[in-house]
Ligand binder design. Structure first.
Ligand code: F6R
Length: 603
């Protein structure tokens, strides 16, 4: 959801357009509807080229490749303030044409700022909030004559969570500001670059500085200065060598990132299991959970589903109730009852989801309690504001649908529930953690074997149900979310016991209903299957091998594990692959489903 990248060289570079295009491609996984570049040449001339559409189309139409320059910015925009249009696309200039800039996030007081700016004579070209930033800086520069002061004072007027990049046409420096959205600076060979997203910097360097909220950076070709956004005072910070492989952001031989990332799950699970066995943070997390009288857990979308699975793990394995809510519902549901010794577990792959950040904000407002975040992106806003960060170690996930990160979130919760139970001296069920990578590999293999048969059975329907029971309920919800997201059909995930209370009436001849079951729950599920079968529905069951379940199913997908705690993870792999193949068969690009974005940084 929006993203920018900026770079400064010591001399004019003919490859500027190419460099920006490549960075834009890296940003594109976040979801967007307009693309644009702004380039400043060695004489201080500014050239902006932008349009509605995919980066490849816009770059070709506006011949990005021919752009040379000393400083450059690329921005991909996901529309919030102002429709997707050329005038609302970024980057923007101010009235004087002195300032060039772009942003990521939202300036929520844009309407009021626009009125103020227009009444004092500013001419705004569109409705976009990014444009407002440039005009505010223009005003404060007029007063202070100093970029640092203009940023310190100007950003005080900007409400919301955002990061932005600004440069003055005739200066050999750029500025980036972090106020709620993620921001990274990278040191290349003789140049610096900055971005709202790590993926676009990795092509240049692994020497990275992760900015914290309330900081801004001035950078030139051979220096950077970090300052406090409130006071302008200098903050000492150093670059760090980060351990991320550029291969993570390449598709390799896979046609799509989604498929590549599903296939990466076994290896990422292996890394996480290794990391958890030798790392005290997970231990600290469990101690906090065990010691807290009340624990709340929250997330959005797929992360909510892994959190829900986590609540099942904790209540069943360690007898601990985690109070769960959608991040977007937390304020309404739990905020009124928060107390000082409460603990919050915030689950977010990106660590940038606004709904989850809002929960952290309200939690901080209402209690002295601690926040644990379960994140993939360690430099993210949510990671930086929490007391303890538990990494899921999945490496960057590019494809918009979350896949490998769901798997590692689930494994993390399973491991923590087991650790929690051990610390309480409870009897712990056997979980073969060391076998999980193999189970995931086999899950992929088996799913690929059955997926065509399932597609034949369901492809003519534009709706179906996926039902789970107990531990498999989160897998049913997650399976349905993947199908909706990638296939654009209405799949509904539901508790199988609830189906008879209304939805059953929808079933008719061949109507597809998926069931996900563990062996221990099969007697309930068998009864729910019969309810569908007797109405002539098509029953597709995803479960460990079992003659009775197989017998009553029209199609049976045998999972490679009968461990009830691993069945939901293994079954989710099947639904990820089903959604992927169904979507691709319908001509959908699963990496960039329409209308949504990888990182939802708005309310
Ligand atoms: C679905 C999906 C989304 C995200 C949700 C939360 O495939 O990816 O539902 O799970 O937007 O994102 P994070 O985990 O980054 O907070």
């Amino acid at each position: 959801m929006c993203g920018f990248f900026g770079i400064i060289y010591s001399d004019e570079r003919r490859e500027m357009g190419e460099v920006l295009f490549k960075a834009g491609k890296r940003l594109s996984y976040r979801g967007y509807d307009t693309s644009g570049v702004g380039v400043v040449d060695g004489s201080g001339n500014v050239e902006i080229r932008k349009d509605v559409g995919k980066i490849e189309e816009v770059a070709e139409k506006h011949r990005f490749a021919e752009l040379s320059g000393k400083k450059g910015i690329i921005q991909l925009r996901w529309a919030t303030f102002g429709v997707p249009s050329v005038r609302n696309a970024q980057p923007h200039k101010d009235c004087t044409g002195e300032f060039l800039g772009a942003h990521n996030g939202n300036i929520i007081n844009t309407p009021a700022l626009r009125m103020r700016l227009e009444s004092s004579g500013h001419k705004l070209m569109g409705e976009n909030d990014g444009e407002v930033i440039l005009h505010v800086i223009e005003d404060y520069y007029k007063i202070t004559g100093d970029m640092v002061q203009a940023i310190v004072q100007g950003t005080k007027d900007l409400e919301g969570d955002f990061a932005c990049i600004i440069t003055k046409r005739d200066e050999d420096r750029m500025f980036v500001v972090k106020k709620g959205s993620s921001l990274f600076l990278g040191k290349g060979d003789g140049y610096y670059c900055a971005s709202s997203d790590l993926a676009s910097i990795l092509d240049h360097t692994k020497q990275i500085l992760t900015l914290s909220d309330g900081e801004f950076v001035e950078f030139g070709t051979d220096y950077f200065i970090v300052r406090d956004l409130d006071t302008g005072e200098i903050i000492e910070k150093n670059l760090e060598e980060i351990d991320l492989d550029i291969g993570t952001v390449e598709k390799g031989s896979f046609p799509h990132f989604m498929l590549k990332e599903i296939y990466e799950s076994p290896q990422k699970a292996h890394s996480l299991i290794g990391l958890m066995s030798g790392n005290v943070v997970y231990d600290e997390g469990v101690d906090l959970i065990n010691a807290s009288p009340r624990v709340f857990i929250t997330g959005a979308g797929t992360s909510y589903h892994s959190a829900l699975l986590g609540t099942y793990y904790f209540s069943r394995i360690s007898g601990k109730l985690l109070n769960i809510s959608f991040a977007s519902d937390f304020r309404e549901f739990y905020a009124p009852v928060l107390e000082d010794d409460d603990l919050l577990i915030a689950v977010s792959q990106s660590g940038e989801t606004k709904d989850v950040k809002n929960v952290c904000d309200v939690f901080r407002e209402k209690t002295e309690g601690k926040i644990i975040s379960v994140v993939n992106n360690l430099g993210s806003t949510i990671a930086l504001l929490s007391d303890l960060v538990l990494p899921i170690a999945s490496d960057i996930e590019i494809s918009v649908p979350a896949t490998k990160t769901f798997v590692n979130q689930a494994i993390l919760f399973l491991n923590m529930a087991v650790l929690s139970a051990k610390k309480k001296m409870l009897n712990v069920p056997t979980i073969p953690f060391e076998k999980i990578p193999w189970i995931l590999e086999k899950s992929i293999e088996i799913s690929e074997e059955y997926v065509d048969k399932v597609i034949q059975a369901v492809d003519r329907f534009n709706e179906f149900y996926i039902l789970g029971y107990g531990l498999t309920y989160p897998a049913a919800l997650e399976g349905a979310l993947k199908v909706k997201e990638v296939v654009y059909v209405h799949a509904e995930g539901m508790y199988s016991g609830e189906f008879k209370h209304g939805p059953l009436s929808i079933v008719h001849q061949d109507y597809p209903v998926f069931f996900v079951s563990t062996i221990e729950d099969k007697f309930f599920v068998l009864s729910h299957i019969q309810e569908v079968k007797t109405r002539l529905g098509k029953v597709i069951t995803v479960a460990p091998e079992d003659p009775e379940l197989e017998e009553v199913s029209d199609i049976f997908i045998p999972l490679p594990t009968d461990n009830p705690y691993l069945v939901p993870i293994s079954a989710t792999i099947f639904f990820q692959l089903l959604a992927y193949h169904l979507g691709v068969n319908r001509g959908i690009d699963p990496d960039f489903p329409k209308n949504i974005s990888k990182t939802i940084t708005v309310d």
